[in-house]
Design a protein around this ligand. Structure first.
Ligand SMILES: [Zn+2]
Ligand SMILES: [Zn+2]
Length: 833
């Protein structure tokens, strides 16, 4: 057992009057020494390893969202990870075989954008393999940095389960899921308008479009020549070349008799039909709108509904495609200015008003998105909306309001999920085409992974027409195609069916409120399609971390906190206390240095309590409860049990703040202020050994229980103390020890109430002493307590505790008349010094 000790004993001052020199801690708690020491030890001993051979313990699996390797593990991430870790540690101590992996969602735009900045090139300027190599290298560097922060935060990740979506072993499974869904008819290729970022030059999904409010200009343009004259207000005159119709509401009296006729588009001169549609908003502008293919989603609907032609106005890199030399190849912004000027010159601009607009922008680079039609791959998600809504109801959501986010999102989706991207650093789409007949060729499952950008299919001829002209797909997959199968991949799909049945669906799906519409939605649709079930049971949703001033955290606001900075200043155990007590799960919380400092003060307090208790413990703790416990002994044991119930209950309901507050209150007040003070005299060498043993037993039980209860929040300090405590169970680490179970027999409400009376009497006497300006240590000649009649017996029985604790010689008890005792149960204490 001694080999498991931390080896701190030689640092101990050893000066305190101690009955036992066996257990001790350094005088001061120094997190910069204790925290890295335990992090290394846990890693060396494999304390957090999932045991795949153990089929007796039930499993608890956490599907940790793999972060983008951005290089910075920000405070928002840190909050999420603290939440996961509180749960992981709690479940582990409750006896579960916890599966807690850590992955990295490597692919996608963020890294490509960084690689472009690093190399000062655009993705298409250099050969793809070279570009991918730079992306991989950057990703590796960023992962190393972020992993370091996760370790410093004391997260109990099983690093044997680490995965990276850019590794062939992982993206092979992304491709497998693609192949299976394609064979099921859930994935198709088609030409549909999709959201497009002209800067990133790729399709993006609806979930990646961020709507921003902006002040813009509304231009009133005069349409018509020899045909109908009509005025149209639009914020996007640059789309005039793609105007294919003018639409009005069928009941708009201003345009009576016009439907069915034509009008002429200014500057470009094409004649377009005037059509009617119920969905035209008559109150906007002049009530007449131009339909362009494609200005927005409404245009997409109208084009389809009214069978209008498709005219492409904007190229994939955001340039105007019209043949008109005045505007050809201009950027969107340039074209807008030029067209407005031309309209003015030609007397076609009636007026311009300023207007508030909502603009869809690329989530990654803030560029306004366009709608562009080109062949893309889609997953049929619209047909799954009913199933998504049904499953949303069946799952446990913490907090419950987060469920509505998913429901609203699923209902709002107009289009299928576009899963192809026109990028480079991503999972290749495992598909070839026949150049002659366009037949789609899918690889055999055992041939995966493949990269059709350079690999050839195993067949040489098109199975349909026999042509040998086969070309590989150059598009790649949306990164959400990688990360939306994490929980199945962790569970061992498809090669470990036994483990899969134990670990899938994941018990816990923790993530931020901001990604319910992506993370939770994509995981759900993919899992329903692949496995006919939801991939998770409970969704634990956290809010955002706000800056120190309560505003959104932003580097330019001066309210930004870096996780590493916070860890350096206060240490992980204090930081984690801020994460737990900052607010209720699911709500935004500000980062508060005062809260982290408060956490640090608590650690010092607990350290000092532990040192005192350790210095007073015997070499061996009796395994049975002594039969000479006093009322106050039974009170502390009973209160500890009550605390166990309270904390377990709070943790079962993910109420981290109330769990931690209860532990801190109990430690600070019941244990330190009340019990420790009341038993100090019994720890002196001259006391009756049986009485001393009883107090030691209770102190041991209290400190070991508190360490266990606080272990999920403060894993380092609790380990430091636990390793010094006498061992009564075989656990190597506190984090493998058993979570305390409330013992009914000790949970005697009557004893707890009576104990409170004694504690209250002592506290009142101390207050009186200090009000009189007397030193607490000063002996008292007589103590006069006036208390309700029913309390007298209890106080009389605890006479020795009261007298010895207060250094008083005599106790005089007076009962309050029974009628007044109901009105006031407070004790009155007088002292004669
Ligand atoms: Zn973009
Ligand atoms: Zn063919």
């Amino acid at each position: 057992m001694s080999s498991q000790r931390s080896g701190n004993s030689e640092q101990s001052s050893g000066k305190e009057a101690s009955l036992s020199q066996t257990y001790s801690l350094p005088k001061n708690y120094d997190q910069s020494i204790e925290e890295p020491k335990w992090q290394q030890w846990w890693q060396d001993k494999g304390i957090y390893n999932f045991d795949s051979d153990d089929t007796t313990r039930p499993t608890y699996s956490i599907d940790t969202p793999p972060p983008y390797p951005s290089g910075e593990f920000h405070v928002g991430n840190a909050l999420n990870w603290c939440y996961f870790d509180f749960v992981a540690r709690y479940q582990r101590m409750k006896g579960y075989n916890v599966h807690f992996p850590q992955g990295w969602d490597c692919h996608g735009l963020p890294t490509e954008v960084r690689a472009e900045k690093t190399l000062k090139v655009r993705k298409n300027d250099i050969p793809a393999p070279q570009f991918i190599e730079v992306c991989r290298k950057l990703t590796d560097e960023y992962i190393t940095k972020m992993k370091q922060t996760i370790i410093r935060l004391g997260i109990s990740t099983d690093w044997n389960l680490e995965y990276r979506t850019m590794d062939p072993s992982y993206y092979k499974l992304t491709q497998l899921s693609f192949v299976r869904l394609y064979k099921q008819g859930r994935i198709y290729r088609g030409e549909h308008p999709v959201n497009w970022c002209p800067r990133c030059e790729t399709a993006i999904a609806e979930a990646e479009v961020v709507h921003l409010q902006r002040q813009g200009a509304l231009h009133y343009m005069k349409f018509g020549g020899q045909d109908e004259s009509i005025e149209i207000a639009s914020t996007r005159p640059e789309l005039l070349a793609a105007c294919v119709a003018v639409a009005i509401h069928p009941e708009d009296p201003r345009y009576k008799g016009m439907p069915g006729r034509t009008t002429t588009v200014p500057l470009f001169g094409q004649r377009v039909p005037i059509i009617t549609d119920e969905e035209v908003d008559s109150s906007f502008g002049t009530g007449a709108v131009m339909v362009c293919t494609f200005g927005d989603k409404m245009d997409v609907r109208w084009q389809k509904k009214h069978g209008l032609p498709v005219v492409r106005a904007i190229s994939e890199n955001g340039r105007i495609t019209t043949a008109d030399p005045r505007f050809k190849d201009l950027t969107i912004e340039e074209a807008r200015k030029r067209i407005v000027n031309e309209l003015k010159t030609e007397g076609r601009l009636a007026k311009t008003e300023s207007s508030q607009q909502s603009i869809g922008t690329c989530w990654r680079c803030d560029t306004p998105v366009e709608i562009i039609s080109r062949p893309q791959w889609f997953m049929k998600t619209r047909e799954m909306t009913e199933a998504v809504l049904e499953w949303a109801e069946k799952l446990r959501w913490v907090p419950s309001f987060a469920k509505q986010r998913l429901i609203d999102w699923a209902r709002s989706l107009d289009w299928d999920w576009v899963i192809s991207r026109q990028r480079v650093f991503a999972t290749p789409i495992p598909v070839w085409y026949c150049r002659k007949c366009s037949e789609v060729i899918i690889p055999e499952e055992q041939k995966l992974p493949v990269d059709p950008r350079r690999d050839l299919p195993s067949i040489q001829r098109c199975p349909r027409c026999g042509s040998m002209e086969i070309i590989g797909e150059t598009d790649v997959l949306d990164t959400w195609m990688d990360s939306s199968i994490t929980s199945a991949v962790h569970a061992g799909w498809p090669t470990h069916p036994d483990q899969f049945s134990r670990l899938f669906p994941a018990d816990l799906q923790p993530n931020g409120l901001d990604i319910v519409r992506t993370w939770d939605y994509y995981l759900l649709v993919r899992s329903l399609a692949l496995f006919q079930t939801a991939p998770y049971k409970t969704l634990l949703i956290n809010g955002m971390v706000r800056g120190t001033d309560g505003r959104m955290m932003h580097k330019s606001y001066g309210n930004y906190v870096e996780t590493e900075e916070a860890l350096k200043k206060v240490g992980a155990d204090a930081f984690r206390q801020w994460a737990a007590t900052g607010g209720s799960t699911g709500y935004d919380i500000p980062f508060k240095w005062t809260e982290a400092e408060h956490g640090r003060k608590f650690l010092t307090k607990l350290w000092n309590i532990a040192r005192f208790i350790l210095a007073n413990l015997p070499a061996k703790i009796p395994s049975q409860e002594p039969d000479n416990l006093t009322l106050i002994d039974r009170w502390i044991l009973g209160s500890t049990q009550k605390l166990v119930s309270e904390v377990s209950n709070a943790l079962d309901n993910f109420q981290f703040n109330s769990a931690l507050e209860a532990i801190r209150n109990f430690t600070w007040h019941s244990l330190a202020d009340d019990y420790l003070e009341a038993v100090k005299y019994r720890l002196q060498p001259d006391t009756d050994p049986d009485s001393r043993e009883a107090a030691q037993y209770c102190l041991y039980r209290a400190i070991v229980t508190i360490c266990k209860l606080i272990a999920p929040f403060c894993p380092h300090l609790s380990e430091s103390v636990y390793q010094q405590l006498p061992k009564t169970e075989p656990a190597q680490s506190i984090h493998q020890s058993n979570w305390p179970i409330p013992e009914r027999v000790l949970l005697d409400e009557r004893t707890i109430r009576d104990g409170e009376t004694v504690v209250e009497a002592i506290a009142a006497a101390r207050r009186t002493k200090s009000e009189k300006g007397l030193a607490l240590k000063l002996p008292i000649r007589k103590l006069l307590i006036t208390a309700p009649q029913e309390s007298l017996k209890v106080l009389q029985e605890s006479k020795e505790t009261i007298l010895r604790t207060l250094k008083a010689e005599a106790l005089e008890l007076t009962g309050l008349p029974s009628e007044s005792s109901a009105a006031s149960s407070t004790l009155k204490v007088e002292i004669v010094a």
